[in-house]
Design a protein around this ligand. Structure first.
Ligand code: DGJ
Length: 728
């Protein structure tokens, strides 16, 4: 087979999508049914008779007549409800005549260089010179006159395939009930595990791994955000896959709202994996001539275990999902006043915090919640975005100037999507919140959610933010969102479109973010949703970093950051050193541990350094200097997870620089054990024949990988950062 990224074998009607190390294949069976043939390690030959084994009828399975095949048996590419395939559909719609049956058959396809933008939605992209191709397959329902376009983009070098789906209705009015961004049917999944990231506020993205069993295993969000509870990610892997070995298939959705992701194992052991907008509370009306575009799903296969999958996601997201000036730049080292003051601050107090911070090399002061309106606690003020003159008598400009005079950038917190019930904004526009007629809207953190499915509300947000950003010389914005959606409805939509609100909200949010981030390209935006309640690839398209969790405890963060790194790079994780006893869990950890745990992320501080001891200030100073030296390694290098805090007392994470000359190993322990055993942590990704220097010691790359570096677990909260430089 000729080595091209996307190949179509006309005689066999087969598609082959090749990345550097993987192949994804489909076939058109009997000139009509689009069948999934393969996804996995790269193939070098085409398939001669791929249907033989799966084809045919099974007892009690309906089949097409006279062609005698059953779509219930085939691994399909994009299943619909209503015919022989009785498994979970990727597409389900209701039509004007009351029927809800769709039959999609292959019509044609096009292969193009590069990748088109997804209008109104975040997505991966390519740049000139990238080896990227896109295949769009058109499926058609003759009776209902709808086209369904399946898009596949192959990122050859980055080893990833992205998918999305667009429906165009040429027929009468219809309603989409379910539309997945991707589904993949596999046989041979009975000996597999399924991995997802679950949690809650302040303990996000814990790793859950279970055996794939018969029936449906699913994670989802119904709260209007990707959520703290589950992340729009699922991976299927060999039951004995490890960080280093085994087949792993990851599906991640570039979306920040309600999603579903899962696997349904049929009684004949065909595993149908799927990911897309959650069909729960979703119905989308399509009039004749209208179209609907799904979010993008990112499919990553690795034969090198879970670590291999993560490294592919990290590189793709760092370089071809995140955008803007700060994508490749070493970012700010900031100090945030939230845990230092909460709502209790004024201009002088903030300047005092900033002053001490600037003395030790911190370059950005971020003023968090409470600077506006009458907001002295979280019950009020949202929506009235003017300075609280008691706290900031000289306004934002005055404070910003004093911060700039210290040689620092100034950053500010906003929660633009929300409004407090007592605010002037709410009094003026009570219909601007998400609500349904006759029902009292539920309060969440004493606030309502603005209805971003409305263009006027979105434009209002854009304008008030633009005004402040322009006048206060802001170079950093923390964009927060602190509650989930309830009583979801919009005053502007007709009854039959009320189930579109949650998705329309996301489209509105993306419109706002696209406008603001392109209007202010010099501002660094950080996402936040009560910590990591919207830590997803959708937000990363607009904001290259996200506040990972409201739990800043170093021990908790060992797990939260480790779990997050399954999909998302450390460059995306906001990570701060905070005060002890820790405000969330009351734990006291050594200052250097707090620095070392935060350091691989977007490093910052969230405490009043004026209250630190001289010894702590010295540690902070050194940590900042070290971070500046190692930032590129953490954020552009490759990450290897060597020990899991979910399975052991340690988190050991290694970063190998892009040029592979520098290696940083971070080892963090939780509790000490008496009479501790000697442990060896084997490094990865080194040059076996090279020598590496760490301090005064020199080691062979082979020794470090095959024997490992020594660690003794005899110190409570031990924290070690080893830096190896390749010397030969
Ligand atoms: C939730 C965020 O996660 C915190 O960091 C802080 O900004 C508060 N909101 C402020 O209300």
């Amino acid at each position: 087979m000729e080595a091209k990224m996307i190949q179509f074998d006309d005689s066999k009607k087969q598609f082959y999508l090749h990345t550097k190390n993987t192949t994804y294949a489909m076939g058109v069976f009997q000139d009509e049914l689009l069948v999934h043939l393969y996804w996995g390690k790269r193939l070098h030959h085409g398939m001669e008779n791929p249907y033989e084994k799966e084809m045919g009828r099974r007892d009690y399975t309906p089949w097409d007549y006279p062609s005698f095949y059953s779509s219930d048996v085939f691994p399909l590419e994009f299943s619909t409800y209503g015919s022989a395939d009785l498994r979970r559909p990727a597409f389900h719609a209701n039509y004007k005549d009351g029927s809800s049956i769709t039959k999609l058959f292959y019509k044609d396809h096009v292969i193009t260089q590069g990748k088109e933008k997804l209008t109104g939605l975040p997505a991966t992209y390519c740049e000139p010179g990238d080896s990227v191709q896109t295949l769009v397959i058109r499926l058609h329902d003759e009776l209902k006159n709808i086209d369904v376009f399946l898009s596949y983009t192959v990122f050859e070098e980055l080893d990833a395939i992205t998918r999305s789906v667009k429906v165009v209705n040429h027929g009468e009015r219809m309603k989409i009930d379910t539309i997945m961004s991707a589904m993949v049917d596999f046989y041979g999944m009975e000996d597999s595990d399924v991995i997802h990231l679950d949690g809650a506020w302040a303990r996000e993205r814990m790793i859950t791994r279970t055996r794939v069993v018969k029936g449906n295993q699913n994670v989802e969000s119904r709260c209007g955000a990707s959520s703290h509870m589950h992340n729009p990610f699922i991976a299927i892997c060999d039951k004995n896959a490890t960080e280093k070995s085994g087949n792993v298939y990851g599906l991640n959705l570039v979306y920040s709202g309600n999603f579903t992701a899962g696997i349904e194992l049929s009684s004949h052991n065909c595993g149908r994996t799927y990911i897309g907008i959650n069909p729960f509370q979703f119905k989308w009306v399509l009039e004749e001539g209208e179209s609907f575009q799904t979010p993008e799903a990112v499919l990553v296969y690795s034969s090198e275990g879970i670590g291999g999958m993560s490294r592919i996601y990290h590189k793709l997201y760092r370089t071809r999902l995140c955008r803007g000036k700060y994508r490749d730049l070493g970012r700010f080292v900031l100090i945030n006043n939230w845990e230092a003051t909460y709502f209790d601050f004024d201009e002088d107090k903030i300047v005092e915090i900033a002053k001490k911070a600037s003395e030790i090399g911190i370059d950005t002061m971020v003023l968090d919640d409470g600077w506006f309106s009458v907001r002295n606690d979280d019950t009020c003020g949202l929506g009235d975005w003017y300075e609280n003159k008691t706290k900031l008598p000289n306004g934002l400009e005055g404070l910003s100037k004093r911060i700039n005079d210290l040689g620092m950038h100034f950053g500010l917190w906003f929660e633009p999507e929300m409004v407090s019930p007592g605010s002037n904004l709410y009094k003026k526009h009570p219909d601007w919140i998400l609500h349904t007629p006759g029902r009292k809207p539920t309060i969440g953190r004493f606030q309502y959610i603005l209805d971003l499915s409305r263009k006027d509300v979105c434009d209002y947000i854009i304008e008030f933010l633009s005004g402040i950003l322009a006048r206060a010389n802001l170079e950093y914005v923390k964009w927060d969102m602190n509650r989930y959606m309830t009583e979801v409805g919009s005053a502007l939509l007709p009854p039959e479109r009320q189930c579109e609100v949650m998705h329309r909200y996301m489209l509105g949010l993306y419109y706002v973010l696209e406008t603001i981030t392109s209007r202010f390209p010099n501002v660094l935006f950080e996402g936040c949703a009560g910590g990591g309640g919207r830590f997803d690839a959708g937000m990363l398209h607009y904001m290259p970093q996200i506040w990972t969790s409201d739990d800043s405890d170093a021990v908790e963060r060992m797990e939260i950051q480790y779990g997050t790194s399954l999909v998302y790079p450390y460059s995306a994780m906001g990570a701060h050193v905070s005060a002890c006893p820790n405000h969330q869990v009351g734990r006291t950890t050594p200052f250097n541990k707090r620095c070392n745990v935060a350091m691989p992320g977007q490093f910052g501080f969230e405490l009043d350094l004026n209250k630190c001891t001289e010894g702590e200030i010295e540690i902070a100073k050194e940590a900042i200097a070290q971070y500046r030296e190692l930032q590129e390694v953490f954020h552009k290098g490759e990450c290897y997870r060597l020990r899991s805090p979910f399975e052991s007392n340690l988190a050991a994470i290694e970063f190998v620089s892009e040029d592979r000359q520098t290696v940083v190993l971070s080892i963090e322990s939780k509790k000490a054990t008496p009479n501790a055993v000697d442990e060896y942590i084997r490094l990865e990704g080194l040059d076996a024949s090279a020598l590496y220097q760490c301090g005064d010691d020199i080691y062979g790359g082979d020794y470090l990988m095959y024997k490992g570096t020594h660690f003794k677990n005899n110190i409570e909260h031990n924290s070690v950062l080893q830096i190896y430089k390749k010397v030969l």
